[in-house]
Each structure stands twice: as C-alpha cells, then as structure tokens.
Design a protein around this ligand. Structure first.
Ligand code: G6P
Length: 615
C-alpha cells in the first residue's frame, strides 16, 4: 500500500515523479504529494485525492523546477485521508522531508518522547513521527542524515520503505526498507527510487532491489552504498536487468487496465505454460518442482496460504490437487493462519499464492511455516518480489504486470500453474491414468483459444449487465471446481461496483441465501455440463420457483438451462477440472460492465489497493 517515487539526476524531477505516481496509483490513491528541491529550498504540495488532483493543484502552489524530488500516493493507515495527513512530511525545522510506505507500530510511544523533547505534530501520521525522530537524532548527535536514519530505524517497530532528503544536503536521497518494496533504478548520472520498476522503465533497465533491513544513500556523483541497518555492514549492490517494457504497463487502447487484463488472458495463460507444458512428449517441466520433487511426493498434506483472489485460486487448487494427486489440501487465509498457532511440520508442503508477492499476511504465514520446518513453495506473478525470494522454491505465473486493482489474469494464471503442478505430481505418484493425464495436458493447451471464444460473448454480457446494473444484491452459485469461481465472481462485483454480492456452494443455498431470493434478485449460476450438472439444474429449478432472475453460465449448446434461465452465457466445452479457467471470464466481464455503467472507478475502486503490505 502506498506508492513512493524519487528522482535525483540531471532531468526535471517533477514530470518523472508525477508520471511515476500515476503508475503506482494501484498501490493506493486516497491522497498524493510531491516535494522538490528547487536549488534553494524544498517546495512541497500535497492533497487529498488522486494524482490527477495533485497535478491540477500543484502548479498554482509551487514552482515545479528542480532535479531532486520525492512523491507519494497514499492508502491511509494512520489518520484519515486529508491534505495534512498526505505525504511528504516535513520535520519540525522544515529541513528534512520524507515519504513512507508502511506502518510504524510503536509511533505513539516515540511521539510521546518527542513531545517531551519539544516537538509538535501537525498530522495524525506515524510518518511525521519518524521524520522528527530522524531530525532529533541528527541534531542531538550532530551526525549526517544517513547515520541518523539508520539509528532511527533501529528504534522503530513496523514496516517501511522510505525516502528522505535534507535541504541542506541536496545531493542525496536516503532510502531504506523493511517489509515494503523499494527499487532503485540506476541510470547514467541519475537514479530513480520507486515501489516497483514501472516509474522508471523508460529511462533504465537496470535496477537494484533493496532487501529487508537494508538502506542506501543515493547520490548522483557517487556509486550507491548499501548497508545493513542493524549491523552497519556493507552490501554489494546487485544490479538486475529488467524484462519489463513500457507497453506492458500502458492501457494499449483499452478504456481500463482491468479490461485490457481480462483480454490478455489467452496470451497470459499461454505464457504461463510456455516451456513447461510439453504435450507431445507428455511431460511438464517446472524447475522449482523438479528440484524438490521428493518434498512434494512425501508431503502428508499441502497447505495453501493466500489472501483475496489468490485465496480463491487456492480453493480451486484444493479440488485439483486432491482429485489428481490425491494429496490432502487445506486452504487458509494467510491472516488467520499466521495468528492461530497452526499444527505444521516438516512433512507439510506450504504453497503461498500471491500476485504481487508482497502481501504482508501471506509473507508472515510463510515465515511462520518455514520456522516450523515446512517446505514453502511460492506461486507469484511479480518477479523478484519479497515472497518469491522468501520461499524455498517457486513458480512464476508470467502473467505480466497486473495493474487493475481487481485481479483477473492473475487468477487464471495461478490456476494454470497449480494445475501444472498437480498434474506433474499425479503423474509421478501414479494417481492419474495415462489417458486422463494426456487428455488433460492436451485440453490445457487448448484453453487459451477457448478463453478467446469466451471473450467473444462480451457484447451479450454487456446487455445483461445493463439489465442488472441497478440491483442491490447478487448471488453467485457454483458447485465443485466452480464453487470458488462463484466466490471470485461475487468478489469482482463487490470490489468494483459496490453491489453487495455473495458466492455460495449451490446446494448450500437452501441453508440461508434462499431466503433472500425474490423477483429482484439476480442469481448467477455456473452450470456447465460436466460434474454436478443434474444437481445444479435442480438448484436452478428451486430458484425459479421463487422467481429469482437466473443468469446461467453454461456449456456451448446447452438447452436445459436455457429453457429455465432468464439469460445464459455460453463458454466452450472443456474438462470439469479446467472449467474454472473459462467460467471465470464471463463473471469478470459482467462485473466490469456493471461497474462502468455505474460510473465507478474500475481500476481504482474505493478503499482498496492492489498490494496490501500492511496486516
Ligand atoms: C488485494 C488486492 C486483491 C488481491 C489480494 C491479494 O486485496 O486488491 O486483488 O487478490 O490483495 O494479493 P496478492 O498480491 O497477494 O495476490
């Protein structure tokens, strides 16, 4: 949560920081601000609202000149979103200025001490406490900014990615991280600082990712120095070459990132299995699994930890792993798992699923599982992310950057990776017949073109969206593999249109939600031909008898549900185990169109953020 950007070099800093903040808005967007050094002084402008609001305001407030600056886009933790609580924050003297992504948990006790020492505070934030703590240490010990930052950070409990500069030493920016990501773009005679590489990708392909508990002094005229905050030891900067390109982080002609990402799914799924799925040879190559195959084969159970949409992908994988590989699976919310003293040991394999690879609760669950001896495998999208690095091994989804806050292609590519793993284990364990194995491999290879076909129903889905856009509630039902898809469909609608929606196992409807059904209630039922088709047709009859409005997600050519439902949306036929990869598509499009028709901010829904780095 929160995006940070900084620049020091020979160009004008303002346009770089502003554009960078727009790219990082997925991390938080309730307020924004920029501080620039204009050659004499710090100029600071900040506001409640989005980066566009800041852009409108800034030029009437300050000169945007200067080649050193920092900027922030906020997802509020301490203090409501307003102009004062927005970052950057000055120190009391006005000499120092800071941006911060994270939470300082012991800020209240630090604040009390600082108040006793004569400091006063204008905002409610933990960040203003941190910058004054730095100033206090710097002044009382008469030391340089870097050293003062280092000492201050040894006194704080919490998480941070920070950038600080001093108007009296305007040739350096001091940065540090613990628990929140921080990348440094390394150019010729210029440096960029950001929460991820997107703000600087058109300037340099070289980046250093700070590790936890590291800090760096970034100076134009000197090589970067990285130190461990606690023991002061120097770390050799590792400069990575980035694979990202500009096209991947732009909308490419679509109105929204979410729509672009929905349409990218055929390609993204192909990228996920490319080089791994070898249908002709009948093999699946995944280095992270191959190198640790004994761990997987000896596992007494698999525990999946994740949050949000990734948790839903985990639920789909429970069906896949248990069905194919006959390994018991438990799917846990990372936030619950980490605090409930789980029974876990070296016979367990933990699979952590995370698009961003930065989710704080998932990261904490990983650390807990590792400390108890479990083997932890990561399924992440963002290359080099904290979770990707913290896990013992892993497999990337290779979906490309996902910028829309509501996750779409991350979900289907996570399911693809998990299916590949399950099939691989099933083959090694002999729990799948040869014919089923080859059939599933072949079908998986066809999924991208079937997703493309499912996307072809867009106009029809849009017309259904128009009919139901003013609904107050919505129910999503599915069985078996498609129960988690019902949860995911409901989540998508809630997230971006703010319509209350619930996902339920279709048969459970009788134990509660059926009481909600009347002629105003749209009910989306996933009723593809395989699996529990007859049972779900009975559930549809039960809804119909209570006059609910039925939108059926059906297999191409289905007549039975068509005869019962108010609307049907067809998806191509496939194996039941792979059907979530197709049934998800119309649910994503339905939510998207409803949100657009309601004039909601699809890519940046209220109160949410893409990367949740606070617990
Ligand atoms: C946030 C995002 C969701 C995402 C969840 C987990 O809530 O808005 O889209 O599913 O975090 O994120 P992760 O990056 O760990 O998959």
């Amino acid at each position: 949560m929160c995006g940070i950007v900084g620049y020091i070099g020979f160009r004008e800093a303002y346009p770089i920081i502003l554009k960078g903040l727009k790219r990082l808005e997925y991390r938080g967007y309730d307020s924004a601000g920029i501080a620039l050094y204009d050659g004499e002084n710090i100029k600071l402008s900040k506001t409640k609202g989005k980066v566009d609001d800041l852009e409108r305001k800034i030029k009437s407030e300050i000169s945007t000149k200067g080649s050193l600056g920092i900027g922030h886009t906020r997802w509020a933790t301490h203090g409501v979103p307003n102009d004062i609580n927005s970052h950057p924050h000055y120190s009391k003297s006005g000499d120092l200025v800071i941006i911060h992504n994270g939470i300082i948990e012991n800020y209240e006790s630090l604040k009390k001490e600082l108040i006793q020492r004569g400091y006063s505070f204008t905002s409610d934030t933990d960040t203003e406490v941190l910058i004054n703590l730095i100033e206090d240490i710097k002044k009382s010990e008469n030391i340089k900014l870097g050293k003062a930052v280092q000492i201050a950070l040894t006194q704080v409990v919490g998480a941070y990615a920070i950038a600080v500069f001093d108007k009296n030493k305007p040739n350096e920016i001091v940065v540090a991280r613990l628990g929140s990501p921080l990348a440094i773009g390394v150019g010729d005679d210029e440096f960029f600082i950001a929460s991820d590489a997107s703000p600087f990708i058109e300037y340099t392909n070289n980046a250093i990712y700070l590790e936890d508990e590291e800090m760096a002094i970034v100076r134009r005229d000197k090589p970067i120095k990285i130190r461990k905050i606690k023991d002061d030891s120097l770390v050799n900067p590792y400069v990575q070459e980035l694979q990202l390109n500009l096209e991947q982080i732009e909308k490419g002609g679509y109105d929204h990132f979410m729509l672009k990402e929905i349409h990218e799914q055929p390609h993204a799924i192909k990228d996920t299995y490319r080089g791994r799925l070898r249908v002709n040879e009948g093999i699946i190559k995944m280095a992270g699994v191959d190198d640790n195959i004994e761990k997987f084969l000896n596992a007494k159970r698999i525990i999946v930890v994740a949050c949000g949409t990734s948790w839903h992908a985990g639920l789909v994988s429970e069906y896949i792993f248990e069905n194919f590989a006959r390994i018991p699976v438990e799917v846990e919310y990372a936030s619950e798992f980490r605090y409930r003293n789980p029974i876990i040991n070296e016979n367990d394999v933990v699979i952590a699923i995370s698009q961003s690879g930065e989710t704080a609760d998932t990261l904490a669950a990983i650390k807990l599982a590792k400390s108890r001896g479990a083997f932890v495998f990561g399924v992440c999208n963002v290359v080099g992310s904290t979770i990707a690095r913290e896990t013992d091994a892993g497999a990337y989804t290779h979906a490309g950057p996902e910028i829309g806050v509501a996750s779409t292609k991350a979900f289907t590519t996570q399911i693809t990776v998990l299916t590949l793993i399950a099939l691989k284990l099933a083959k090694a364990k002999g729990t799948i017949s040869n014919s089923d194995y080859h059939l599933t491999l072949g079908e998986l290879e066809l999924i991208p073109q079937k997703v493309e076909t499912a996307l072809g129903s867009d106009a029809h889905i849009k017309s259904i969206a128009h009919t139901y856009k003013d609904s107050k509630n919505c129910l999503y039902l599915g069985r078996g593999y498609n129960f988690p898809v019902a949860l995911e469909g409901a989540l998508k609608l809630k997230e971006i249109s703010y319509i209350h929606a619930e996902g339920y196992p279709a048969a459970e409807m009788k134990h509660g939600p059926i009481a909600l059904i009347d002629e105003n209630m749209p009910i989306i039922v996933i009723a593809t031909k395989k699996g529990h088709y007859d049972k779900i047709v009975s559930n549809i009859q039960e809804i119909k008898s209570r006059k609910g409005k039925i939108i059926g997600i059906v297999t191409e050519g289905d007549q039975t549900v068509k005869g019962l439902a108010d609307h049907v949306i067809e998806v191509p036929d496939t194996l039941e185990s792979l059907s979530p990869l197709l049934t998800t598509i119309p649910l994503q499009l339905l939510s998207y169109h409803i949100a657009v028709m309601l004039d909601k901010n699809v890519d940046q829904p209220r109160n949410l953020a893409k990367s949740v780095t606070v617990e």
